[in-house]
Ligand binder design. Structure first.
Ligand code: AMP
Ligand code: GLY
Length: 426
């Protein structure tokens, strides 16, 4: 079989490595892929993940049997719709269903209408009305741009002055472009956060092993928000009892709501949850695999990934048994110094001759130079994942391996998984 994966980060590398485990897979094309992915797939750097016309032409010309669209942008732009039009089976939601991530107004209204627990909220398209509301609000409060904003469109003002600045940044200065035409202002919730990725064919749902992201740049959850500096799985806060509550009050109602709205969701639905004192609530939905959650979740998957993705496409997921390893996984991101603000690119990376058998290096932001050297090309450069029987062992192995990779300015958080370890110690 010939597969095509749209995207070129660590998440896509993890998906590609897992798909390759199926012996029927002959070739995987990655559009655009990256320097490290080139060892596992045929990369096409000229075709970006948002070049929908070029992706569809490529898939037709290369007689691709199955496509996986991983990032949010091409999903929101209708990449799956377009591939379906030319008869190519795909994994991923169509554009209508992808609105669950690409419009926070859509997702908040959906949760409100179908009584799915989430923070209470107001929607504004007029900065003056938003400001007069904020003058009566209590702080902290949460201000979110409606559209996609690379995970940066969420601001948490502590007082009225910061709230005024937030409205100005998003709605007037349009720091996130048209994503800031409307805003959602919502109640500030507290509690541990859990990421739950789930396979769904629109009706059946198979939650994956839970995980915990570390979004801030600095140790102790300080500094700017990033795409994610590391992950662990499973998330110790997510007990079987809480999982049951989430299935009944959040997961199944969300799928039913999407069907009732005429946009059944097929693909990987990501539930960003907060375990509040009033029970689990939805912080956000993503219409795709999380990054770097995928880099700890897929290594624990025992069932063949392509088989699951095909069952999602053919709406036969209910017939499949999906199995997971009992152990734990930890992923430490090696970032460019300065990320998520300004950082240098093009710095050569040196690797050990081999990683231990339980360690995988997922490439996120690197490229091959003409002479075949891997150099940095993004903020998040590599994700080093270790799997082990315990989280403590996975963390120690991931950090030991992370220390054997070098590039100028290499930066990592040193406390990935510490909150999870403390939670397990009780
Ligand atoms: P989002 O992009 O919606 O996931 O938001 C980014 C981060 O902002 C989340 O991971 C939370 O840590 C935080 N956040 C978002 N919404 C809320 C909320 N209503 N209350 C508290 N924190 C929030
Ligand atoms: N790690 C968070 C996300 O993928 O949105």
């Amino acid at each position: 079989m010939k597969l095509l994966v749209v995207g070129g980060g660590g998440r896509e590398h993890a998906i590609i490595k897992k798909l390759r485990e199926n012996p029927a897979v002959e070739t995987i094309y990655a559009l655009p892929g990256n320097g490290g992915i080139a060892a596992d797939a045929v990369c096409v750097p000229e075709i970006g993940a948002k070049d929908i016309d070029a992706i569809v032409d490529f898939a037709k010309a290369h007689a691709v049997d199955f496509a996986v669209v991983a990032p949010d942008d091409p999903l929101a732009l209708g990449c799956v719709d377009r591939l379906h039009e030319v008869g190519i089976p795909c994994f991923g939601p169509d554009a209508k269903a992808a609105r669950i991530e690409s419009s926070k107004v859509f997702s908040k209204n959906l949760m409100h209408k179908y009584h799915i627990p989430t923070a209470s909220y107001q929607v504004f398209d007029d900065p003056a009305k938003a400001l007069s509301y904020l003058r009566t609000a209590s702080f902290p409060i949460v201000v979110k741009a409606d559209g996609l904003a690379l995970g940066k469109g969420v601001l948490i003002p502590q007082n009225l002055e910061e709230a005024e600045a937030a409205v100005k940044t998003i709605m007037e200065d349009r720091a996130f472009g048209d994503s800031g035409r409307e805003i959602v202002v919502e109640e500030f919730l507290t509690g541990p956060e859990v990421s739950v990725l789930a396979f769904t064919d629109g009706t059946a749902i198979v939650p994956m092993v839970s995980s915990m992201d570390h979004k801030r740049a600095g140790d102790g959850d300080t500094g700017l928000n990033t795409g994610g500096m590391g992950t662990v799985a499973p998330n110790p806060y997510y007990t079987p009892e809480i999982a049951q509550v989430c299935m009944e009050t959040i997961f199944l109602p969300t799928l039913a709501a999407m069907r009732a709205e005429g946009c059944p969701f097929k693909g990987c639905l990501y539930f960003g949850l907060m375990l509040t004192p009033d029970g689990p609530k939805v912080i956000e939905y993503n219409c795709r695999f999380g990054d770097p959650e995928t880099q700890v979740v897929l290594p624990l998957l025992k069932t063949d990934l392509l088989t699951i993705m095909q069952a999602v496409e053919s709406e036969t997921l209910a017939d499949l048994t999906v199995e997971w390893s009992d152990g734990a996984a930890a992923c430490v991101i090696l970032a460019s110094g300065g990320y998520p603000s300004h950082y240098e690119k093009g710095l050569p990376i040196s690797f050990p001759s081999a990683f231990p058998a339980n360690v995988t290096c997922y490439h996120a932001g690197d490229k091959l130079t003409a002479d075949g050297t891997l150099v940095t090309s993004g903020g998040r450069v590599l994700g080093i994942t270790a799997t082990a029987a315990t989280l403590a062992q996975a963390l120690s192995d991931a950090y030991a391996a992370a220390d054997t990779v070098a590039f100028s300015g290499k930066y990592m958080r040193r406390d990935i998984g510490q909150r999870a370890m403390r939670a397990m110690e009780g």
